[in-house]
Design a binder for this molecule. Sequence first.
Ligand SMILES: *Cc1c(COP(=O)(O)O)cnc(C)c1O
Length: 360
Amino acid sequence: MQIEYSLVPDSQRKSLPQDQSALSFGRLRTDHMFILDYADGAWRNPRIVPYGPLPMMPGAMCLHYGQTLFEGIKAFRHADGELYIFRPDQNARRLNHSASVLCMPNVPEELQLDGLLRLVDVERAWCPSAPQSSLYIRPFMFATEDALGVRPAKTYIYCIMLSPSGAYYSGGFSKAIRLLVTRKYHRAVTGGTGTAKMGGNYAASLQASEYAHKLNADQVLFLSADNNYVEEVGSMNHYHVRKDGTFIIPSFNDSILRSITSLSVLEMAEKGLLKARQEEVELERFLDDVKSGEIIEAGGFGTAAVVSPVGQYVLEDGTEITVGDGKVGAYSRALYEEYTAFQTGGKPAPQGWLFKVPRY
Ligand SMILES: *Cc1c(COP(=O)(O)O)cnc(C)c1O
């Protein structure tokens, strides 16, 4: 499909702030976005246009019945000055998985990638170069049909917007977070929408986050609906490291999102770069093993932070369980360093992980 370009004149383009150290996550926007419309059973009218409001009727079904989904991807500027996107093919595939869960139409992966690469090419001046900074890419899709009554909508918009973002760990990789283990709130259940990256799952996690903040924790560790198994962190998968250095990620089930960071860590293990595997993680045994020192590190995996180590688990009765010495551990640090070196060009990445942005 031919992509139409309506670009902002060069003289009216905005640019990155001079001081890249002040970039926060997700605030800034670039000059353009990519849009695709779905109607009459087909995607049509792919275009790159100035970033701005999207026309929508008050009866748009996404506003009432929640058919919305999104992805999160990062592009990096390497020392050669070129831009490289980390595994966008995996995100395109996962977006279609989310779409299937929400009874939304799939978007051909080639079309998603074409739109993404061309948009990033147009906006290449917006990609920061400071260490660990990135151009964050947010594809998303929502129902636009103006109709009341619960059923899958017949029209949709697929859009990609961009946000230049600073290093997640601006003070170096040293922050260990506190995770609330809650038996009271759940983000997803068996047979639900937990494997889809959708707005509703995040809305469903907000009460739990507020509750965590009240109990002096940063984020929430969600459990299975029966409270017997560790599931995930709500915007990150969970991991722990056993004494022999093996990373354990809870087995994917239909209430855990398949993190591309987790998948990549598991692929690194297949290549012999580290030890990692998935298994069901029983909560009581997990906490006992943290207390006894059988488990030496733990944390979360996700695109935003890559690795987010946990220093303490906080229980609802106020008990605190410290992981190792409560600080960022050596295995988590080594993984963070190797993974970000792949992303930023410090080390050759495994075959197929980086997509160089063509100059169209
Ligand atoms: C996005 C997300 C993750 C992390 O996935 P990545 O592909 O590694 O960014 C984990 N859990 C949930 C619920 C998510 O939405």
